[in-house]
Design a binder for this molecule. Structure first.
Ligand code: ADP
Length: 572
């Protein structure tokens, strides 16, 4: 009889699958092998979609992004030892980005601990720096409470990664099905309610926030991927439109309010952050991406109002006013408070006018560069063509995945986000190699949207074999590779002195020139294009966007076009 539904006893594998299904987990990413292959199969039998990868690193990146996009923890399943270690890439990325995910790893037999068992590792110790909670089911009866707690902890407060350890012997233990059902019910009833509850927001803090905004001379609203995660877009748009305050999204905050909105300060970023006197920052950390909130990028007198789900985050930054709470709830309360006594900065307010005119100037300057058809391609010409093709898709807008130094930097300025949560990039950690994992997560999370990756050849190469995964699941993903023959762009040895006995080796920044990445996809039955001119690119985009099939477009870029370290040369 079928172990998942009919047998009178269940083993550990089945019990984990039953618990995941009861925790409303409907997708899993991972790589099967000893001892978790049956676990994956049992989960599938209970309605969970298992997306099988080549490499745990990509599967982990997928799980983290899936958590961000869906607000349910992305699940990564790995084998023991090395599988778990590969998965740490995903888990650490979830921690850095504050995205909910659960890594579930099989582990070696508990009776062999310390004696060199197959793939033996103290996995609980290994995951410690990257997980906010971990549990080891040391006995089959501990499985239900362990599964529900790792799921609840992943989404509690500031989201992040959690870890569940499943020893081989536990996966093979059996109990009566009726006993298993009882344990599940018991564990569900004793879930920690504190983890599920949202913090209470004090109305006096809301009043203070509104008071500061009302009195400000040069206010700014900044929002990030925490606000995106909280689904705060409608509340934020209402706030911006009712008060006339300009807004600035962080890279992944882009699209919460359309980049094309008249109050978007993106193209006047330096002015906006350099001159604002009150900044309401919602779901975005004052970390390196926002220059730590410090002078000289920000005015030294700026008053920050920080809205964040994490009390620790607010304590760390010590703003003029901190509001701990869910971004959507807080902004809705601010909207309500303003509605009773409205104020608006109006189109002719000098601050609003200054931002608008600066943005207009900067956009016009960029458009001059973009308008040129430069062949061999620089970064700007193909980016313009891709921007227009994406905008041409209308709604639902494609999800954009972007990584690479120059490709991501140029793309961030040129590509336009019109809808929330349609941009996934290297994020808080500047993680390269996320591309294919993010594409797969996005396609699985939002089946109605096309997924378009715009990445450098280096970023693509980290996980290029996952193009087979795209083809296997027939995901509507178009990967556009900006191929300039290396990291930052080809062989740059003439820019830096390389001497010594290995000076004739390929430069550390270089790959094989003219690599045929498009053929890679054809090897698996997908579609590949090699393009080097505007017309070729336009027609490849046209065909692939309407076909919605796994595609790689290999775009030949002039190897000398990119800058070393993109726009972060000061860090190199
Ligand atoms: P970005 O990279 O876009 O600047 P960050 O990842 O630095 O964004 O910051 C996101 C912040 O959002 C984190 O500090 C996190 O604690 C916070 N956050 C996560 N979920 C919520 C939520 N539901 N409401 C408010 N803040 C949230």
């Amino acid at each position: 009889a079928d172990q998942t539904t009919a047998a009178s006893t269940v083993d550990g594998n089945t019990l984990v699958a039953m618990c995941l299904a009861r925790a409303d987990i409907d997708k899993m990413f991972g790589v099967v092998g000893i001892p978790v292959t049956s676990l994956a199969n049992r989960a599938v039998a209970l309605g969970v979609r298992f997306i099988a990868f080549h490499n745990e690193q990509s599967a982990g990146y997928a799980a983290s992004a899936y958590g961000y996009l869906t607000r349910r923890p992305g699940i990564l399943l790995t084998v023991s030892g090395p599988g778990c270690v590969h998965g740490l890439a995903g888990l650490s990325n979830a921690a850095a980005n504050a995205w909910p995910m659960v890594m579930i790893s099989g582990s070696s037999d508990q009776s062999c601990t310390g004696r060199g068992d197959f793939q033996e590792l103290d996995q609980i110790a290994a995951v410690k720096p990257f997980s906010k909670f971990s549990a080891k089911a040391t006995d089959i009866t501990k499985i239900p409470s362990s599964v529900f707690s790792v799921v609840d902890w992943a989404v509690a407060g500031r989201p992040g990664g959690t870890y569940l350890d499943l020893p081989t012997d536990v996966l093979h233990q059996t109990i009566e099905r009726s006993e298993a059902e009882k344990l599940i019910t018991l564990a569900l009833n004793s879930r920690n309610k504190d983890l599920i509850e949202k913090p209470l927001i004090s109305s006096s803090e809301i009043q203070k926030a509104v008071g500061l905004l009302r009195k400000a001379e040069r206010p700014l609203i900044v929002f990030g991927k925490g606000a995106a995660y909280a689904r705060a877009e409608n509340a934020l748009r209402k706030l911006v439109e009712s008060t006339g305050i300009p807004f600035l999204p962080t890279p992944m905050g882009k699209g919460l309010i359309s980049d094309t909105h008249e109050l978007a300060a993106t193209a006047a970023r330096s002015l906006a952050i350099g001159k604002c006197d009150v900044a309401l920052v919602v779901g975005a950390r004052l970390n390196w991406l926002l220059h730590f909130g410090e002078a000289p990028k920000w005015s030294k007198d700026v008053k920050f109002i920080l809205v964040d789900i994490s009390k620790e985050e607010i304590e760390l930054r010590n703003p003029s006013l901190g509001i701990v709470g869910d971004a959507k709830d807080v902004v809705e309360m601010i909207d309500k408070e303003i509605k009773d006594d409205p104020f608006c900065f109006g189109k002719t307010h000098p601050w609003v006018e200054a931002i608008k005119s600066k943005a207009k100037d900067n956009v016009a300057k960029m458009e001059v560069q973009l308008a040129k058809d430069v062949v061999p391609f620089n970064f700007m010409t193909p980016m313009r063509i891709i921007r227009d093709a994406i905008l041409g898709m209308g709604s639902p807008a494609p999800i954009l995945v972007s990584e690479g130094a120059n490709t991501m930097d140029v793309g961030r300025g040129v590509l336009v986000q019109t809808e929330p949560r349609t941009r996934l990039d290297a994020g808080t950690w500047g993680t390269m190699g996320v591309g294919l994992g993010y594409c797969i997560a996005a396609a699985v999370a939002s089946p109605d949207r096309l997924v378009v990756a715009v990445e450098g050849d280096s970023g693509f190469g980290f996980s290029a074999m996952e193009v087979e995964t795209l083809v296997r699941y027939q995901l509507p993903v178009v990967v556009i590779v900006f191929n300039n023959g290396g990291v930052y762009g080809g062989d740059r040895r003439n820019k830096e002195e390389i001497t010594g006995p290995h000076k004739d080796d390929p430069a550390p920044t270089s790959f094989v020139p003219g690599a045929a990445y498009h053929i890679l996809l054809k090897a698996f039955g997908g579609k590949g294009y090699l393009v080097g001119t505007p017309d070729e690119l336009k027609s490849a985009l046209d065909e692939s966007f309407s076909a919605r099939k796994p595609t790689v477009i290999n775009v030949t870029i002039d190897p000398s076009a990119g800058a070393e370290s993109g726009r972060m040369q000061h860090k190199n």
